[in-house]
Design a protein around this ligand. Structure first.
Ligand code: AMP
Ligand code: MG
Length: 417
């Protein structure tokens, strides 16, 4: 069980800009996940818990970039073709085993170590062979088609830094310096609940007045995208005792608990009281739209995140606030989500002073990329998220937007990894 300080998320009161919330998280949240060793083949998507440094150069020897003939450049006639005897053969994995001799050419294949002393390789297509000799054209530059030892990685380089999320290319680079296993953070164990007497699982019936549970599926999906190990703990009724017992039981076996709904401080919202029985809860009111307050806290030392109930608000607050929190708890250091300038395809009324996200899809028109807005904007309109492939992010200081103006686009794939 992860132990957080009691006042880890203490925050009292007024509306807070997003950047301030990020700074508080950066200041207070340290990784809770333990380290373990993972074989490379199982390390995809994990977060690295060590700096991987290179115990050798990559490539480990000068080698040929083509199939052809290796020579000493100094043996070549500057203005006419050169005939040289073929004195040996090197294939990949099979070095010459002796120094090369001036005056000879060596048959060589891609990836084969350069014979010691030779510096230039002719492509076989440019050469002709007569008996035991090769005829080499004039005009090749010294060093042609030779790859240098260490041109990719040098001994001692840190090739992948602690805190990186491991993509296929990081695994390949770790392998290329001879690492067969890596120290990684254990995946965060996340427990997910929905709340509400009206909320039913889509495999059950939904009697009059009930709705099907969308949030558990969006939240579990986003958690899995971030590399968490997810436990589905179903739907909690609007009852403080039930919630308190379920949260306490889950806290013992998880690093983070996530709920949706029940946190807007109405009389049917019981999450706050349930959390406070065994922990602490703080309501972070961010100056954002969409997004209700998001509750952060801990239950018996395990991090707690209370997302709003409306499905779009739950997803957006997860992407913006829960994601960086979870990445930090899990050991990641690069939390950046990149925004890209695009042209707005819509007019939009905006108040200054808060950050707003507009669900949008990128399309091409005659003048390039343009962000199109979904017509309906309510925070319960989940079809808008399916239409969209990202969010147009309008910063605090921005006022109304006119079609044709430049806006920043945050693709979903920047906030789901
Ligand atoms: P609440 O914050 O509990 O008042 O919920 C706000 C709105 O979101 C209400 O209309 C709820 O019915 C709806 N809602 C809450 N949880 C879910 C859920 N898991 N799936 C879909 N809608 C939900
Ligand atoms: Mg509710």
């Amino acid at each position: 069980m992860a132990q957080l300080k009691d006042d880890c998320f203490a925050f009292g009161g007024a509306l807070m800009p997003v950047d301030e919330a990020m700074a508080i998280l950066a200041d207070r949240v340290a990784p809770v996940a333990k380290h373990e060793s993972a074989p490379l083949a199982e390390a995809l998507g994990r977060i690295l818990a060590e700096d991987v440094s290179a115990p050798r150069d990559v490539p480990p020897h000068d080698n040929s970039a083509v199939d052809g003939y290796a020579v000493f450049f100094d043996d070549l006639n500057p203005d006419s073709e050169t005939h040289l005897p073929i004195g040996g053969r090197v294939a990949a994995g099979h070095p010459l085993g002796r120094d090369a001799k001036p005056g000879e050419a060596v048959r060589i294949f891609t990836g084969a170590p350069m014979p010691a002393g030779m510096d230039t390789v002719f492509m076989e297509e440019d050469c002709s062979v007569e008996g035991d000799s090769v005829i080499l054209p004039a005009g090749l530059k010294q060093g042609a088609n030779r790859r240098f030892r260490g041109e990719d990685v040098q001994t001692g380089d840190v090739v992948v830094a602690k805190g990186a999320r491991l993509r296929p290319q990081e695994l390949g680079l770790a392998a290329s310096v001879g690492r067969g296993a890596l120290s990684v953070f254990r995946p965060l164990r996340a427990a997910v609940f929905s709340t509400g007497d009206e909320v039913r699982d889509p495999t059950d019936d939904a009697p009059d007045g009930c709705i099907f549970d969308a949030n558990r599926y969006t939240v579990m999906g986003m958690l899995k995208d971030l590399g968490c190990r997810v436990t589905d703990l179903g739907i909690l009724s609007d009852d403080e005792d039930t919630m308190a017992a379920a949260l306490q039981a889950a806290a013992a076996e998880h690093d983070v608990l996530l709920t949706s709904g029940g946190v807007s401080a109405g009389e049917e919202d019981h999450v706050k009281a349930a959390v406070e029985r065994n922990g602490r809860i703080d309501f972070w009111r961010l100056s954002i739209k969409p997004g209700r307050p998001i509750a952060l806290g801990q239950v018996a030392g395990t991090a707690f995140v209370g997302l709003p109930g409306n499905p779009v608000a739950a997803m957006v607050t997860f992407m913006v606030l829960a994601r960086p929190l979870l990445l930090r708890l899990g050991g990641a250091t690069n939390l950046d989500a990149r925004r890209f300038p695009v042209r707005s395809g819509f007019d939009y009324k905006k108040k200054t002073g808060r950050r707003e996200w507009v669900r949008a899809r990128l399309e091409h028109d005659n003048s390039g990329l343009v962000a199109q807005k979904y017509p309906a904007g309510g925070s319960g309109i989940l079809t808008s998220m399916v239409f969209a492939d990202g969010l147009v992010e309008l910063p605090e200081e921005r006022g109304n937007v006119k079609a044709g103006e430049t806006v920043e686009f945050l693709p979903f794939n920047e906030v789901t990894r």
